[in-house]
Design a protein around this ligand. Structure first.
Ligand code: IPM
Ligand code: MG
Length: 370
């Protein structure tokens, strides 16, 4: 078989797998308002992960102390999702770790290191796929600039679903991007439902449908179809390039409320938005599916900070914000509001240059406000 035939055979397999994936997509939603016991898995991750996750877990333990004592909340510390263990097992999430993860309802996860190149898939991408966490919600809020954005990034498809499964031929490499009707419909619905339930009046759909005609074309068309069920919400289309510029443009950017986008554009633009808010260390994020949800910082494991011996100065605000999102998700609204208020009031600053507080000092100050 020559290389082209081999590549075609690999492509055929990918297509069959993707069709099987969408055939199994539907699942019942977990109702946390009635669930008797909620298990929260805590995963350290790599690099600065253990340092910041530890602080977020302390905060959760304090806020949920009564429920933990009563058994209605279980905090389960899950070990083994480290780059060393993943490489040794040759799995993006070692099977025994995945089994523990699946025994939880929601997860608080520190950043994990993703190897460049090779075939080892990112642990994040694998977890989003394994738990079918299709909605990546990333809030950015800067009250003094009148900015209040919520990004709804599609989290299981697009450029990511086959990102580790491209093909190489002599002198050429090909990757694949996949957009499905069901996958787009459910993220669009999540974005419009959020808008409707939170008094938002405007959704921006962001793609590059002028170039990615099939996939982004489908994303746009289906998002507009879903929008018809929300006549009170206005919708506008932007291409990702100009949207990247618009996030810096006053007074246009003040008009954006809910932003709906495919996976890779959502990845990129939410780093930009977080930077506008004060840095990626300030941004939390939820990865939500029907059955499971996972909460994390939007940034990576910052190996350079560890190399420089500055890990203790990693800002835990990102993952603590994610912990607040987790509390809201499991209907612990009061605890979430308490934490958000304390974060607003906390004046302690953490900077990666080590000139200010450490992660632990920040958490101490924050906890004194709870
Ligand atoms: C994110 C991260 C991940 C992504 C990496 C770590 C795989 O950048 O959550 O934004 O690309 O989705
Ligand atoms: Mg990212």
């Amino acid at each position: 078989m020559n290389e082209v035939n081999q590549a075609c055979a690999a492509f055929q397999k990918l297509l069959e797998e993707q069709l099987a994936r969408i055939a199994n997509m539907n699942c019942e939603k977990t109702d946390f308002s009635t669930k008797k016991t909620v298990t929260i898995g805590v995963i350290d991750g790599d690099g600065i992960g253990p340092i910041i996750t530890k602080q977020a877990a302390r905060v959760l333990e304090k806020l949920l102390a009564d429920e933990i004592a009563a058994g209605s909340i279980v905090l389960k510390y899950i070990e083994g999702l480290t780059i060393e263990n993943r490489m040794a097992c040759g799995q993006p999430i070692p099977s025994d770790v995945l089994a523990q993860i699946k025994s939880c309802d929601v997860l608080l996860k520190g950043p994990t290191t993703t190897p460049h190149g090779g075939t080892m898939e990112s642990a994040n991408v694998a977890m989003r796929r394994e738990l079918d966490l299709y909605a990546n919600c990333r809030p950015v809020s800067i009250p003094e600039k009148n900015i209040d954005w919520m990004f709804f990034r599609e989290n299981t498809e697009g450029e990511y679903v086959l990102g580790s499964r491209g093909v190489e031929l002599p002198g050429m490499a090909v990757d694949f991007k996949v957009t499905t009707d069901l996958g787009t419909r459910r993220i669009a619905r999540a974005a419009f439902d959020y808008a409707k339930n939170n008094g938002k009046t405007h959704v921006s759909i962001v793609t590059k449908a002028n170039i990615m005609k099939k996939t982004d074309g489908k994303f746009t068309a289906i998002a507009h179809e879903v929008a018809k069920d929300y006549p009170e919400i206005t919708v506008e289309d932007y291409y990702i390039d100009i949207m990247t510029a618009n996030l810096l443009k006053d007074p246009l950017r003040q008009q954006f409320q809910v932003v709906l986008l495919p996976n890779l554009y959502g990845d990129i633009i939410t780093d930009e938005a977080a930077q506008i808010q004060g840095g990626v260390g300030t941004a939390g994020s939820s990865n939500v599916g029907d059955r499971y949800a996972m909460f994390e910082a939007i940034h990576g494991s910052a190996p350079r900070m560890i190399e420089r011996g500055m890990g203790e100065y990693a800002n835990p605000a990102s993952i603590i914000k994610a912990a607040a999102m987790l509390l809201r998700h499991i209907c612990r609204t009061e605890a979430a509001a308490k934490l958000e208020k304390a974060m607003d009031e906390c004046t302690v600053i953490v900077t990666s240059d080590g000139k200010n507080a450490t992660a632990a000092e920040y958490a101490d100050a924050l906890m004194s406000l709870l």
